[in-house]
Write a protein that binds this ligand. Structure first.
Ligand SMILES: [Zn+2]
Length: 349
């Protein structure tokens, strides 16, 4: 009997212990699940990010780096997967808009990139260049067969100079320079430094890598002189037609006389830069140089008011892996080479 009781007690004890152990296990499981839920929620919304526990905080940058690498390298092969991942991290897209995945390189490409002493030109893997020598019909001249412009700017430049001839009968305009490689810029800089000293070179010649000419969106114009020489273009007399009409062709005078404080470049009457439509007109109307215009556009966001020029609508999107673009309407996206994208809606259609 005693032995029986002891055995029963022992069994009961074992039963209690098992029950306690099971209850503790369930409790631990519940605590674990509860802890897991807020961590997930925190990683979904950036606003609650600081509440992420200390132990998971150091892992976060690694995680985000990995996700960037994944969507950057395998973006095309698994667009569906990456877009669903991204959409959870992005703000809601307004009605009538959809997300367009953009590459990291895209931030540094497009007609509206700002290239100056602060923002270097980021060379892409390949540039679509057209020789101006091949385009001219003899209504203007080109200083060499190697004077190239970006495909987007070449035809508008040809139109501007051909129409100048049609309007004035003057055929002495010469395209001195378009696209410039890094090596060519380096040579120019070194030659200037050797001739006039480093200080002079730094003041008057763009540091290699920071020249707008790398983008092939800029052209320097010259005038062939009667005696056979060549001079830089200045808007004197009939030549003023080019400066006055450049915006109609998508070009701006990049370094105006009254903006040297902002551009940090002396007045260059000959340096024209393609920014496209309707931006050249908009900048003229606003009286802004490119630095001011890029800054000005940042107040116009997709969900807020858009900047309108005629039938065009313009808005700015901070740098992201996907940007909202209108569904079923024509648009163009340009990086600003600083911190985001400019979407230009309408016009062409
Ligand atoms: Zn120039």
């Amino acid at each position: 009997m005693r032995i029986d009781r002891r055995a029963r007690r022992r069994r009961r004890r074992i039963f209690y212990l098992c029950t306690v152990f099971f209850v503790l296990l369930v409790a631990a499981l519940i605590v674990w699940i509860i802890r897991l839920l807020p961590t997930k929620a925190a990683s979904d919304s950036s606003s609650s990010a600081p509440s992420v526990s200390e132990s998971s905080a150091p892992a976060d940058p690694v995680e985000s780096e990995q996700s960037v690498a994944i969507s950057g390298s395998a973006g095309e092969s698994s667009t569906g997967e990456s877009s669903t991942q991204e959409s959870s991290a992005l703000p809601a897209v307004p009605d009538g808009y959809e997300l367009l995945p953009v590459s990291e390189e895209a931030l540094h490409q497009g007609a509206l990139i700002l290239v100056n002493k602060t923002y270097a030109y980021e060379f892409p893997a390949s540039q679509d260049l057209i020789s101006m020598y091949d385009l001219t019909d003899g209504l203007y001249s080109v200083s060499g067969t190697d004077v190239m412009m970006d495909a987007v700017a070449a035809q508008p430049l040809d139109n501007l100079l051909s129409d100048f001839y049609a309007a004035t009968g003057i055929g002495s305009i010469n395209i001195l320079c378009g696209y410039r490689t890094l090596e060519e810029s380096q040579e120019l800089f070194d030659a200037s430094a050797e001739q006039n000293g480093l200080e002079h070179a730094e003041r008057y010649v763009m540091l290699p890598g920071y020249s707008e000419h790398h983008s092939a969106l800029s052209a320097d114009l010259g005038i062939l002189l009667d005696g056979g020489g060549l001079d830089y273009y200045y808007p004197t007399d009939s030549y003023a037609w080019i400066t006055e009409h450049a915006a109609d062709y998508g070009f701006i005078l990049r370094y105006p006389e009254d903006k040297t404080q902002i551009t940090d470049i002396d007045y260059e009457a000959w340096h024209f830069r393609y920014v496209g439509f309707p931006h050249a007109q908009a900048m003229n109307e606003l009286g802004f140089c490119l630095e001011e215009y890029i800054d000005f556009l940042k107040q116009y966001t997709v969900e807020g008011e858009h900047y309108t020029v005629g039938s065009y609508e313009i808005y700015y999107v901070p740098a992201a892996e996907s940007i909202p673009v209108p569904t079923g309407r024509s648009y163009e996206v340009s990086g600003n080479n600083v911190d985001g994208f400019i979407v230009t809606v309408g016009g062409a259609a």
